[in-house]
Design a binder for this molecule. Structure first.
Ligand SMILES: [Fe+2]
Ligand SMILES: [Fe+2]
Length: 275
């Protein structure tokens, strides 16, 4: 199965550590509790979520072409280091005084549900969530306003993660193309589209409830807090609004993450991370 993944793409894990030496503010994102809550709610899900992605992709690695096998191994190594860094980041979130146990329970419940389904459903969910992380990463690296005012070590960690999410954005998709190579196109499109809608609803619902849980611990509750959270997510800086086009592209027939080659963003961010 041919794929639009660039033939010269190299997925190389960057084993970096962040924030071990410097204290992290409770509202590390520019002193803003709403942006801090949005990013913290996402980070809490990453260690378990990324372990699930790895498990889902590896279930289907047998028989894939050698190049995709190598990419799958590199994807695994990248996600393992992401989990390590988000565990360290989440520890700092807890040390800042947040109780994240409710957020963990929500992730556990979602993962337990999807594991009752066939493994191909887990792969489809992983492919959808990897697209989600890739478009979030694209937007994060495209516009410096998203991390403006954030603690430098935390900002560097999110940028580093974004680079690698872009780099390996096609892996789950290519494994899916291989695993479903005998399926009719219509069935493939229907399953991946249905799963994306399901995953999107859960992502929005769970991350919103997670952020509201953290904000309540800051004493920020009720319609005013909901409005300010919505404003941060959809208006300014408005990450969720800005990824809408990339999200919708997933439903186009012939969609592939590498139909859009955005490796220039990795090169620029890497240069800045080294500086
Ligand atoms: Fe990751
Ligand atoms: Fe990923």
């Amino acid at each position: 199965m041919s794929s639009p993944t660039p033939p010269d793409l190299v997925i190389h894990p960057r084993d970096r550590r962040f924030g071990r030496e410097t204290p992290q503010r409770r509202w590390w994102h520019g002193g803003d509790p709403y942006l801090t809550a949005l990013y913290n709610a996402m980070s809490v899900t990453f260690p378990k979520g990324e372990a699930f992605f790895v498990e889902s992709v590896r279930t289907f690695r047998d028989g894939v072409p050698p190049r995709l096998a190598d990419e799958t191994a590199a994807f695994t190594r990248q996600e393992v280091v992401h989990s390590r860094e988000h565990l360290a980041f989440n520890k700092r979130v807890s040390e800042a005084g947040y109780d994240v146990s409710g957020l963990h329970r929500a992730v556990d419940a979602r993962l337990a549900y999807v594991r009752t389904k066939r493994p191909i459903a887990s792969l489809a969910a992983t492919m959808a969530l990897e697209h989600f992380t890739a478009i979030l990463a694209h937007e994060l690296l495209s516009d410096p306003r998203h991390l403006a005012g954030a603690d430098p070590e935390a900002a560097a960690m999110w940028r580093w993660h974004a680079c690698e999410e872009i780099e390996h954005k096609g892996v789950a998709h290519d494994v899916w193309l291989h695993a479903t190579r005998d399926w009719p196109r219509a069935r493939r499109w229907f399953v991946k589209s249905f799963v994306m809608l399901f995953v999107t609803r859960n992502f929005l619902k769970d991350r919103t409830l997670g952020a509201l849980d953290l904000l309540a611990q800051d004493g920020l509750r009720g319609p005013r807090a909901w409005g300010r959270l919505f404003h941060a997510a959809f208006i300014k800086p408005g990450m969720m609004r800005r990824i809408l086009g990339g999200w919708a592209a997933y439903f186009l027939p012939g969609f592939h993450p590498w139909n859009h080659d955005n490796r220039d963003l990795i090169a620029t961010a890497e240069f800045e991370l080294r500086a």
